[in-house]
Design a protein around this ligand. Structure first.
Ligand SMILES: Cc1cc2nc3c(=O)[nH]c(=O)nc-3n(C[C@H](O)[C@H](O)[C@H](O)COP(=O)(O)OP(=O)(O)OC[C@H]3O[C@@H](n4cnc5c(N)ncnc54)[C@H](O)[C@@H]3O)c2cc1C
Length: 284
């Protein structure tokens, strides 16, 4: 998993499958279900922490093979396969003068991962621009899901269950292409200023508690630069836990727990990880 995640940690998997169409994905899920082979789905791996012991079964990786974009009838409506990168989607939209997704400039995920996480930045989130999703059940059955207001929560889609997102339907608005590009450049610049550069991370490690910033709490607890093995609390942005050198998943989990403990001591607040833990993390 270390090659499939931006944190660059995690043990082996038996195989990685790269479906290139929804029909492929459906056939794959049917076969895995028949053979009772366990699986997990991953996009860009930019919000996961995979265990050192690896994952049972196979990883289904939705990447550029499943990344087509199609305009639909209706102003600003587009159909995007789940493996499309957000940056690729933003470029496509900017060229065609479709605005609304600029907040996502610099988020290094796929459309599927971004929807599952309801990714967001600068006060905006995926929930504002997504109208529907195409889902696939564990057994390979396809369905369409229309979003209701409030259904996507802060950094999660609670009702998704075990379904795989195979595509999303976005409703964007006409905008000046040059203005979209300028906005994306500006937000990417601000991101570079605030976030650690050239460091392996999964972005913000903890969710922000209501009316608080996790980074502020971690910094106030004096934890910037705290290390466990090769994992470290970034000295630039305290909510980024970075793989400084040769970290293991165990280092990250121990650092995560230490940060949670110290922040609880100093502020009384429980920090909840935003990063998704995959695999078994039993050891203390
Ligand atoms: C430098 C950096 C900056 C970041 N900045 C931000 C930010 O500003 N805002 C923000 O919200 N996030 C941010 N992130 C986190 C991350 O990029 C987003 O959450 C992103 O949307 C995750 O997409 P992914 O494809 O990498 O998902 P993955 O990390 O591969 O997966 C995340 C979760 O989604 C599930 N999943 C993935 N694809 C699918 C699918 N098709 N169907 C069902 N489940 C799926 C996985 O099983 C896993 O549980 C940042 C990360 C990094 C490394």
């Amino acid at each position: 998993m270390s090659t499939l995640s931006t944190l660059r940690v995690g043990g082996p998997v038996a195989g990685v499958c790269y479906p290139a169409s929804t029909a492929d994905l459906s056939r794959l899920l049917k076969a895995l279900s028949r053979l009772t082979i366990p699986w997990q789905v991953v996009g860009r791996g930019s919000n996961i922490l995979a265990a050192d012991s690896g994952l049972a079964g196979v990883v289904i990786l939705l990447g550029s093979e499943l990344g087509r974009i199609q305009p639909l009838a209706g102003e600003g409506l587009i159909h995007v396969e789940a493996g499309r990168s957000l940056s690729g989607l933003l470029d496509w939209c900017a060229e065609r003068g479709l605005g609304g997704l600029e907040f996502a400039a610099g988020i290094p995920g796929t459309v599927g991962g971004a929807l599952k996480m309801n990714a967001g930045a600068w006060g905006h989130e995926m929930a504002e621009v997504v109208e529907a999703a195409e889902l696939m059940s564990r057994e390979g059955g396809i369905s369409r899901h229309e979003f209701q207001p409030g259904e996507l929560a802060y950094r999660s889609w609670p009702g998704l269950g075990e379904n795989i997102i195979s595509a999303a339907i976005f409703r964007l608005r006409p905008a000046n292409p040059e203005k979209i590009k300028a906005r994306c450049r500006e937000l990417s610049r601000r991101r570079r200023e605030k976030q650690p550069k050239n460091m392996r991370s999964a972005g913000s490690f903890f969710k922000n508690p209501p009316d608080e910033a996790a980074g502020r709490l971690i910094e106030a607890a004096g934890l910037k630069g705290l290390r466990v093995g090769g994992a470290m609390v970034s000295t630039k942005h305290a909510n980024f836990l970075v793989n400084e050198q040769g970290a293991t998943a165990r280092d990250f989990v121990r650092l995560m727990r230490l940060v949670q403990e110290k922040v609880k001591e100093t502020s009384g607040i429980d920090l909840e990880p935003e990063v998704r833990l995959m695999g078994r993390f039993d050891d203390p």
